[in-house]
Design a protein around this ligand. Structure first.
Ligand SMILES: [Zn+2]
Length: 116
């Protein structure tokens, strides 16, 4: 982890978004240069999962994982997760998120989640 990064969540989110936009632009340029062949397909951005943040006395905490197109996401505070991180957050030994009951991301991710 770089010491150049800001310490607070708000600014880290801005940096994260900026880097996502930069990465998208780089991948688009690569796709242009390779004519959209297999290399471009390999460089296509993966589906990014959405974590709903719930307000708690300790601040906003990650709570529920959603498909990016889920209609339950309107107006809620969120952050993004890669597919690998989403699987780990749902079903790994350090599971910390519940799957959304509407968009059922665990099915798309192919993981089994104990809803008890
Ligand atoms: Zn959902």
């Amino acid at each position: 982890m770089s010491d150049d990064l800001p310490p607070d969540l708000e600014r880290l989110r801005v940096v994260e978004r900026y880097l996502e936009l930069q990465l998208d632009a780089v991948r688009a340029r690569i796709a242009d240069l390779t004519g959209g062949g297999p290399a471009a397909a390999a460089a296509a951005p993966e589906v990014t999962w959405v974590v709903e943040l719930r307000r708690t006395p300790q601040g906003y905490q990650p709570s529920v994982l959603h498909d990016p197109g889920c209609f339950a996401l309107g107006g809620v505070r969120t952050e993004r997760l890669s597919t690998a991180d989403a699987i780990e957050a749902l079903a790994g030994p350090r599971a910390r998120l519940a799957p959304c009951a509407l968009c059922t991301p665990e099915r798309q991710l192919g993981v089994t989640v104990d809803r008890g």
